[in-house]
Design a protein around this ligand. Structure first.
Ligand code: SAH
Length: 566
């Protein structure tokens, strides 16, 4: 399992220097600072408690630069919840102390040592086994899985009591451990992929060294795989990945099976039979057959990155209007897993910051089709590509361009890409929410840009929508190259609406310097609007009333005609 990059959480400016040093140790980590107290950070948060608990529940390692007591009290309410237990560390503001608090099995002591080394101090390790043996026996490195934690704890306390031990199988990471080694010892650390009966005398560690070759034709795949492993007497925990032929890349059943078993799915060129497939994926393996499936068993944990290749992924995401709180969690997760990020420079910058290993491909706003094709080329190589739009990607943005590129292509590699569109809060909705509910009844969304459609159709739609008494939302209302169109649009609307019709102008909504203005159709002039503005025009039923504390609420009632009796 690869863990998410840690979150470095600070409360004030005093910890910034230490936070930066820790960030050098974990280049993927972001520094989160308390709003109003410290600005020069990657992310600001409003509330310390909610932020810390949120990271904990999302299994994000936490490095908090504050008193250990604060961290303990803050996390106490979530500690008894089942599920995640990420590493949690408290680090003194000045970097003089590193205290691992939680997540012993998630490698917190390893992190404590890494951070302490970077800060030139000693880590405050308190785990007895770890102190005695110099390593946590219950937390083998990635590529290995402990069979049974509870049994492991008893085993370690036996060793702490002075029992000797022998190692069976290859455990290179224990070479440096200070164990009481004795070839005759009754207790053993057993490393191997064969399923074994648990025994109190054994610490069982399974290397993730097994791959199963699968095909979409097999019904009930997850069960079939479990049965095959059982028949071959291979531990379920040793399963490192599933492999399949690349002509089945898009098969939903394969993806579901991998998800069900919690292992990655890798692809190799199609072969004559499943033994050949298994061998193509893991050439050094011994291949056995069980329950009609071929199983590749290697001596060492598999380096998944070298087993065939992944199905590429392409996600077209919407950032929302700008503010981080308005970005949906699925989009945040997608950005974190991306290898490549494509988009108009402003939006790519808004989606960041990115890690050093994430490639940014910034392009001009107009090169949409070219960008869409580039995205498929990268994803078809197995990369995890994100195409960034502002607001919602399906509203006058990249999603349609990406689908058009795919529709035009006959390249199966493109069609095999795992394509997903992740929605965002569109500018019309973000603006409407700030004003109240001007789109509370039927409404019509239009782009006033005639770059990709004739102006005549825009006029026709405007006329009909206004006639139908729909509230209107105008995207791309005006630009330097389209100076007169908005004025003409307003003339058309004015033929069907009174000058008192409420109008909402939202500029840079959800971004720094945002403005919201409520006016009327009669007072609206094109010079009040620019290309960063969203224009909402009410219908005949849209109302306005004063808001306590200043400004106005705008809403369009849910009903039309006569108000229902309530
Ligand atoms: N996909 C975007 C829209 C892209 S079209 C979305 O769903 O929001 C670009 C137009 O959207 C701009 O000309 C402007 O009219 C509007 N817009 C985008 N972001 C905005 C914001 N933060 N505030 C106000 N209007 C915005």
């Amino acid at each position: 399992m690869t863990r998410a990059a840690p979150a470095i959480v600070i409360l004030g400016k005093g910890s910034l220097a230490t936070a930066r040093k820790i960030q050098q140790i974990y280049p993927g980590a972001l520094i989160h600072g308390l709003a109003g107290r410290v600005e020069e950070v990657d992310r600001v948060y409003q509330e310390f408690g909610a932020t810390l608990r949120g990271f904990y529940q999302q299994d994000t390692p936490i490095i908090a630069l504050c008193a250990a007591g604060i961290v303990i009290r803050t996390l106490a309410p979530v500690l008894l919840e089942k599920g995640a237990e990420p590493p949690v560390l408290a680090v003194a503001e000045d970097g003089s102390a590193v205290v691992p608090l939680l997540g012993g099995l998630g490698g917190v002591n390893v992190m404590a040592r890494e951070i302490a080394a970077g800060l030139h101090v000693a880590a405050a390790i308190t785990t007895s086994g770890e102190l005695r043996f110099g390593t946590c026996l219950l937390n083998p490195p990635s590529g290995y899985a402990l069979a049974d934690l509870e049994q492991g704890k008893r085993f370690v306390s036996d060793l702490l009591a002075g029992h000797s031990v022998r190692i069976v199988g290859a455990a290179p990471w224990l070479d440096q451990a200070q164990l009481l080694d004795d070839p005759q010892a009754q207790r053993s650390i057993h490393v191997g992929s064969a399923e074994r009966e648990a025994s109190a005398d054994e610490l069982l560690i399974y290397p993730r060294s097994v791959a199963v070759a699968v095909s979409a034709d097999v019904v009930g795949l997850p069960t079939a795989i479990r049965v095959a492993l059982e028949q071959a007497k291979i531990a379920r925990q040793s399963l490192a990945c599933l492999v399949a032929a690349d002509n089945e890349m898009a098969a939903e059943s394969l993806r579901e099976a991998a998800l069900d078993l919690g292992v990655p799915l890798r692809f190799v060129a199609a072969q004559n039979d499943s033994e050949a497939l298994a061998l193509a994926a893991v050439p050094e393996a011994k291949v056995v057959s069980a329950n009609n499936l071929a199983i590749a068993i290697a001596d060492q944990p598999l380096n998944i990155a070298h087993v065939g290749r992944a199905r590429g992924r392409l996600a077209v995401i919407g950032l929302g209007p700008g503010a981080a709180e308005l970005m949906v969690p699925a989009v945040k997760a997608e950005l974190a897993r991306a290898t490549d990020v494509l988009g108009y420079e402003t939006y790519v910058r808004m989606a960041g910051p990115f890690r050093d290993d994430q490639v940014q491909h910034c392009t001009d706003n107009r090169e949409e089709m070219q960008r869409a094709r580039h995205a498929f080329e990268l994803a078809a190589q197995g990369r995890s590509v994100v195409v960034v739009s502002s607001g919602d990607p399906g509203v006058f943005a990249m999603a349609a361009a990406v689908l058009e590129a795919l529709h035009e292509s006959s390249d199966t590699a493109w069609h095999n890409v795992d394509l997903e569109i992740l929605p965002g809060v569109s500018a019309s909705l973000a603006t409407a929410a700030q004003a109240g509910a001007p789109l509370g009844h039927d409404f019509c969304v239009l782009s006033l840009s005639d770059n990709l459609k004739p102006w005549a159709i825009i006029e026709k739609r405007l006329d009909l929508a206004a006639q139908a008494d729909l509230a209107l939302a105008f995207y791309n209302p005006i630009s330097r190259s389209r100076p007169w169109q908005l004025g003409r649009a307003l003339e058309i609307v004015a033929q069907h609406r009174t000058p008192q019709t409420p109008v909402v102008l939202g500029r840079d909504v959800g971004r720094p310097g945002q403005t919201l203005r409520v006016t009327t159709l009669g007072q609206l002039t094109p010079d009040q609007v620019d290309m960063r503005t969203m224009v909402l025009i009410g219908s005949s039923t849209t109302c306005v009333f004063p808001r306590e504390g200043g400004g106005q609420w705008v809403y369009t009632p849910r009903w039309y005609g006569s108000k229902p009796v309530t």
